[in-house]
Design a protein around this ligand. Structure first.
Ligand code: LRH
Ligand code: MN
Length: 388
């Protein structure tokens, strides 16, 4: 039988990290629809992240992306974040937007360009030393568009060398999250295309190199919860970039396109006793809100992760194990589906009320008038995000 008090404690202790860039303008190659009230500075992005935490109670850190969030004084930015009720989370590097990186960054045939890219990764650790961040998050757009364009093995050697130099620079409490992605912007081969490649590099590097699973970075039909189960078993799962998709790297709200998949992922997390922040997995969002209001969309995404987690926490693990061990296929499946089909919104409303929060974070945000305030105040300047 499931211990409801324990479920509520686990939900109250849950931590979800928001992405600074999701508060900025974003879109597709066809159009970026700028929105009124969008932040112009890292401080304004952090203030918006503060609002998500204020109304959900479970989003106390915000991930930064460099140079999108470059400032002169990261210690001051960290103090500003504290005033907004949040901490600075993972530091994301960006070796995908510079002209020099057309043929790759750390995998580029040109050693001078590899040096430049590696120096950016090292600079990000300097920033972590100032923000107190634990996680260095690496994603490489590096790849090829045509067979023969470059040597696949040489590129892996170059990647490994850059990762080694970066790993050896990490401080004792710092980690490297290596994110993989099947394709885009490269359309023939990506140098870190799948969990296996990331895992192999992380094993080669050491215990503080772990895999980051972005739920939008797999081939259609990929069983992501299998990857979660496997990496948990290997103690190599470090983080998630939660979002959802119908087709490719759509970066839609987590749980919006496939709430059952998010439930199955959180089910493996719960089965692995890995939800508690003490276990060390960084549950992050990585999304782009191209047409919807950004702050409510991120609040909704946090709630979707909470709902998937609550359903997974309600799985009757003893009954499930018994049915599985008895080879009772239908019973085992129905026990899992019973949890998935449970309406957990009243339970989460209780958890929020117990924490002194409004049971409906989105309604509370709407009543706060913050949206109207930022639309009125944030006039002029250059909006953050993709150029409109
Ligand atoms: C790459 C990615 C990566 C970030 C970027 C914003 O698609 O998922 O995590 O650096 O989005
Ligand atoms: Mn990502």
């Amino acid at each position: 039988m499931t211990d409801l008090a324990a479920v509520k404690r686990a939900l109250a202790a849950q931590r979800i990290e928001t992405p600074s860039w999701a508060f900025g303008n974003s879109g597709t190659r066809f159009k970026v629809f700028a929105q009124a009230g969008v932040p112009r500075t890292p401080e304004e992005k952090i203030a918006d992240a503060g609002m998500v935490h204020r109304f959900t109670g479970v989003a106390p850190t915000v991930a930064l992306h460099i140079p999108w969030d470059k400032v002169g004084d990261y210690a001051a930015l960290t103090r500003y974040a504290a005033d907004q009720g949040v901490g600075i989370g993972a530091i994301n590097t960006n070796v995908f937007q510079d002209d020099d990186y057309k043929l790759g960054s750390v995998t580029n045939p040109d050693p001078g360009i590899r040096r430049k890219a590696t120096d950016h990764l090292l600079e990000a650790i300097d920033i972590m030393d100032q923000t107190g961040s634990r996680d260095l998050k690496l994603w490489f757009a590096d790849g090829l568009n045509y067979p023969g364009q470059d040597d696949l093995r040489n590129r892996q050697d170059r990647l490994a060398a850059a990762l080694r130099e970066t790993y050896d620079r990490l401080g004792a409490h710092q980690r490297m999250l290596l994110e993989y992605k099947l394709f885009e912007p490269a359309f023939y081969a990506t140098d870190v295309p799948d969990w296996g490649t990331s895992y192999a590099h992380c094993v080669e590097l050491g215990e503080r190199a772990v895999v980051c699973i972005d739920t939008g970075h797999h081939a259609p039909g990929t069983n992501i919860e299998f990857i979660v189960a496997f990496l948990l078993r290997q103690k190599k799962l470090g983080a998630f970039d939660f979002n959802s998709r119908f087709y490719a790297d759509d970066d839609l709200m987590a749980g919006a396109a496939d709430p059952f998949q998010l439930f199955r992922i959180m089910n493996e997390i719960i089965r692995g006793d890995a939800l508690d922040p003490a276990y060390g997995i960084n549950f992050m969002l990585d999304q782009c809100h191209n047409i919807e209001a950004k702050i409510p969309a991120i609040i909704r995404s946090v709630m979707n992760v909470q709902e998937a987690s609550a359903k997974a926490l309600l799985v009757d693990r003893d009954a499930l194990a018994t049915a599985q061990n008895n080879g009772d296929v239908l019973e085992a499946n129905s026990i899992l589906m019973d949890a998935y089909n449970t309406d957990v919104r009243p339970l989460l409303a209780e958890v929020r009320a117990d924490a002194g929060l409004d049971p409906d974070p989105i309604a509370a945000y709407r009543r706060s008038g913050y949206q109207e305030k930022i639309v009125a105040e944030r006039v002029g300047g250059t909006q953050a995000g993709w150029g409109a």
